[in-house]
Design a protein around this ligand. Structure first.
Ligand SMILES: Cc1ncc(COP(=O)(O)O)c(C=O)c1O
Length: 400
């Protein structure tokens, strides 16, 4: 019999990937399924970026690179931080990895010791707790529901921090809620962090450019420069540049952490894909014109989905500031019975019944650490969204 690593028993597979897989299987079996589970833009990578990737291949930029990124990309990342966030970083403070996911993972692996606590607002991006567990740490959750716009308060953060707290993970705009902290809301949190000098701040700014209306993105090291020395600002090209498959993410922060992350990478993946790194140089240095164009489309879809979901019986859906997700409450559906005879006891049952009865795949809230909710990714066509929301309305109406 094969014995697996004890560490592995601490984690579960990604539930969002599980939903996409189930939806794909049903589709392959001939069912008419609309997937609202995927966390990626449905746009193609912009042409100038694709061309840069092709050029890299033709010019033979196809060999191993420095483990944590080519100098040209580090330079482009420094320029991006200056331009977009007013933050000064030197190339020695930058690490490039195989997606934002690997960057966060490297940082946790490089810093956590057994017993170290990591404060994570819930609902959270599914991978944070499991990455912390894989790295030997202990996740500590702070819950924020619809009543506070899915944003934690300063008092909640203060109460969650102990002598063992190593990191506070911050994600705004958020996956799964789309909630974006305003400057003042974030300042209230950074004021708390100033009082706890042992805490490092890991900010996941993956949805920085996906913001709507009057909402202005801000990041902790910008809001409170006194936290610069203990903040790791993480970002990537996956979402804003429709480059999920290229796998490039990056971080900026204290040299000591950046060096340690590079060490892990040099012994695991060696370096992120050379071709993708050159494409990312073009993404960051080239035209940014398509970002507002994409956002206009996302905003229209957000408005459509929020208004249609609010018309469904038992569902309440607030309007998020960014990303491409909504996180409606199904409080009004709990306790009802589906046409199959199954009682809707929680959000996982709701999502399973919805998929089986109406062929709409959403991710249940428990996967993100806060029930009773579900997540809809609206990064799909208007037609598919209209049809999916109509089916959700019909499903809710059919509950008795
Ligand atoms: C909040 C958040 N952080 C990080 C990532 C990972 O991004 P990447 O695809 O670059 O690894 C995602 C992807 O879904 C995300 O939603």
């Amino acid at each position: 019999m094969i014995t697996l690593s004890a560490t592995l028993s601490r984690v579960k597979p990604s539930p969002t990937i599980a939903v996409s897989t189930k939806a794909r299987e049903l589709k392959e079996a001939g069912r008419d399924v609309i997937g609202l589970g995927a966390g990626e833009p449905d746009f193609d990578t912009p042409e100038n970026i694709r061309e840069a990737g092709k050029r890299a291949i033709d010019e033979g930029k196809t060999r191993y690179t420095a483990p944590d990124g080519i100098p040209e990309l580090k330079k482009a990342i420094c320029a991006k931080f200056k331009r977009d966030n007013g933050l000064d970083y030197a190339p020695s403070q930058i690490s490039v990895g195989t997606g934002g996911k690997q960057i966060l993972y490297n940082a946790l692996m490089a810093t956590l010791n057994p017993g170290d606590e990591v404060v994570i607002p819930a609902p959270y991006w599914v991978s944070y707790p499991d990455m912390v567990l894989l790295a030997g740490g202990e996740p500590v959750f702070v819950e924020a529901g619809m009543d506070t716009g899915y944003k934690i308060t300063a008092d909640q953060l203060d109460a969650a921090i102990t002598d063992k707290t190593k990191w506070f993970i911050f994600n705004s705009p958020s996956n799964p809620t789309g909630a974006g902290y305003t400057w003042d809301e974030l300042k209230a949190l950074t004021d708390v962090l100033l009082r706890h000098p042992q805490v490092l701040i890991m900010t996941d700014d993956m949805y920085e450019h996906l913001v709507f209306g009057d909402y202005k993105f801000c990041t902790p090291a910008q809001v409170e420069p006194k936290l610069y020395d203990r903040t790791l600002t993480c970002n990537g090209v996956s979402k804003a540049y429709a480059m999920t498959g290229w796998r490039i993410g990056y971080a900026a922060g204290p040299e000591q952490i950046i060096k340690a992350m590079g060490k892990i990478q040099s012994q695991s993946t060696s370096n992120p894909c050379s071709i993708s790194q050159w494409a990312a140089v073009e993404a960051l240095n080239g035209t940014q014109d398509f970002i507002p164009k994409h956002n206009e489309i996302f905003q229209r879809r957000r408005d459509l989905v929020v208004s249609m979901l609010n018309e469904a019986e038992g569902i309440e859906c607030p309007m998020p500031e960014g990303a491409f997700y909504v996180y409606p409450s199904i409080k009004g559906c709990i306790g009802k019975t589906a046409p199959s005879g199954t009682k809707i006891t929680d959000d996982e049952v709701f999502a399973t019944e919805l998929l089986e009865d109406k062929g709409v795949a959403v991710v249940f809230g428990a996967a993100f650490g806060l029930s009773p909710y579900f997540r809809v990714s609206y990064a799909t066509s208007d037609e598919a969204l209209k049809e999916a929301c109509t089916r959700i309305q019909d499903f809710c109406k059919s509950l008795s």
